[in-house]
Design a protein around this ligand. Structure first.
Ligand code: AMP
Ligand code: TRP
Length: 329
C-alpha cells in the first residue's frame, strides 16, 4: 500500500472550496492508501493568529474532518506540533533548499503582500516544513487543491537534492487533484478562501447560505429575466457542477440558455442540491461534538504512532548526514 499524506491549517470551519477541492479525495482515497491527515498548526502560526483560540480551532478542525467522512480507523489524523520530527527534518532540508526557490513561491509572494507588517522567516520557510511533513512519512501521493501544486513540486526537488547529496531515502511525491481543484468564491472573483471572506461554510445554516446565494452574481450579460444566459460564464453554474446530477444539470443548461429558468430558480435548485451534501455533514458534526474525550484520545494515540514513524526517518536522515554519534553506530 502506498502512503498518502496531506495537511490542513486550523484556521476555522471548512468551506465547500476545501471540500470539493481537496477533502473529498481524502475520503475516497483513505481506503486505498496508508493515509495521514495532519492538522498543521506550525504552518498556521506564520500569519497573525490568536494563541488563545488555537486549541479550540485544532479540535474543531478534527470534528469538521470526521464529520466530512474521514474514517477514524483508516486515517491517521494528528496534530503537527505533537510530532517534533517535522521541525527537525525542516532544519535538515533548509540546508539543501535554494533560497531563490522559496522566494519565487506564489503563496509566499501573496502572503507577504497581504501581511506586509509580519514578513517573518517562517512564511518563507513554510514550503520546507511542508516538504518535511510529507517526506518524513515517505509519502508518494499528496491530494491537495491547485494552490498547493507548486509546493509539492518543490517537495520533489528537495527530495532530489537530499537524495543526490546524501544517498537515496526519500521518494518523489506527486500532487493528486480533484475534478475541481480551484473552487471560486461566492464573489466570483478569486478562489474561495477564508481570508477573502467569500466562502460557503460546510456548517452554515440553509438560511445563511441562501442569503449568500441570493446576492451572488450570475452571468453578467443576463440582466433581465428574459435574457438568455451562458452557464459557462455563471459562477452559480460552477457550483451546480459540484453538486447537481447530470440530468438536472442538462435541464439547467437548456433552461438558462433559453431563458426558461430564471436565476432565482436556478439558485434555489442549487441550494437544494448543496444541502444534499451539507445536511449529513452537519448531522454528523452535531453528534461528534458530544464525543470530545474519545476524539482527543484518538488524536493523542495517533500522534504517538507518528512520533515512532517520524523518529525512524530522522535516525535514517541523521545517519546519511553524518549526524549519528559514532558511539551509537
Ligand atoms: P487550507 O484551508 O488553506 O489549509 O487548505 C486545505 C486544503 O483545501 C488544501 O489542499 C487546499 O489546496 C484546498 N483548498 C482550499 N481552498 C480551495 C479552493 N478554493 N479550491 C480548491 N481547493 C482549495
Ligand atoms: N500548505 C497547505 C495548505 O495551506 C497545508 C499543508 C501543510 C500541506 N503541510 C502539508 C498539504 C503537506 C499537503 C501536504 O493548504
Amino acid at each position: 500500500m502506498k502512503t498518502l499524506f496531506t495537511g490542513i491549517q486550523p484556521t476555522g470551519n471548512l468551506h465547500i472550496g476545501n471540500y470539493f477541492g481537496a477533502v473529498k479525495n481524502w475520503i475516497t482515497m483513505q481506503y486505498d492508501y496508508k493515509t495521514y491527515v495532519c492538522i498543521v498548526d506550525l504552518h498556521a502560526i506564520t500569519i497573525a493568529y490568536d494563541p488563545g483560540d488555537m486549541q479550540e480551532k485544532i479540535f474543531n478542525l478534527a470534528l469538521n474532518l470526521y464529520a466530512c467522512g474521514i474514517d477514524k480507523e483508516k486515517t491517521t489524523l494528528f496534530v503537527q506540533s505533537e510530532v517534533p520530527g517535522h521541525a527537525d527534518l525542516t532544519w535538515m532540508f533548509n540546508t539543501v533548499t535554494p533560497l531563490g526557490e522559496l522566494e519565487r513561491m506564489t503563496q509566499f509572494k501573496d502572503k507577504s503582500r497581504h501581511n506586509n507588517k509580519n514578513v517573518n522567516v517562517g512564511l518563507l520557510d513554510y514550503p520546507v516544513l511542508q516538504a518535511a511533513d510529507i517526506l518524513i512519512y515517505k509519502a508518494e501521493v499528496v491530494p491537495v487543491g491547485e494552490d498547493q501544486v507548486q509546493h509539492i513540486e518543490l517537495t520533489r526537488e528537495i527530495a532530489r537534492h537530499f537524495n543526490s547529496r546524501y544517498g537515496k531515502i526519500f521518494p518523489e511525491c506527486e500532487a493528486y487533484l480533484t475534478e475541481t481543484p480551484r473552487v471560486m468564491g461566492i464573489d466570483g472573483e478569486t478562489k474561495m478562501s477564508k481570508s477573502r471572506n467569500n466562502t460557503i461554510g460546510l456548517l452554515e445554516s440553509r438560511e445563511d447560505v441562501w442569503k449568500k446565494l441570493a446576492g451572488a452574481k450570475t452571468d453578467p450579460a443576463r440582466i433581465r429575466r428574459n435574457d438568455p444566459g451562458n452557464p459557462a460564464k455563471c459562477n452559480i453554474f460552477s457550483y451546480h457542477k459540484l453538486v447537481t446530477l447530470k440530468e438536472e444539470k442538462k435541464e439547467i443548461v437548456h433552461g438558462c440558455k433559453t431563458a426558461k429558468i430564471g436565476c432565482v430558480d436556478c439558485k434555489k435548485k442549487l441550494l437544494k442540491n448543496l444541502f444534499q451534501v451539507l445536511d449529513p455533514i452537519q448531522d454528523r458534526y452535531g453528534k461528534l461534538i458530544l464525543e470530545k474525550k474519545a476524539i482527543i484520545e484518538i488524536l493523542e494515540s495517533n500522534a504517538a504512532k507518528c512520533r515512532q514513524t517520524a523518529g525512524n526517518t530522522i535516525v535514517e536522515a541523521k545517519e546519511k548526514m553524518g549526524l549519528k554519534p559514532i558511539w551509537k553506530i
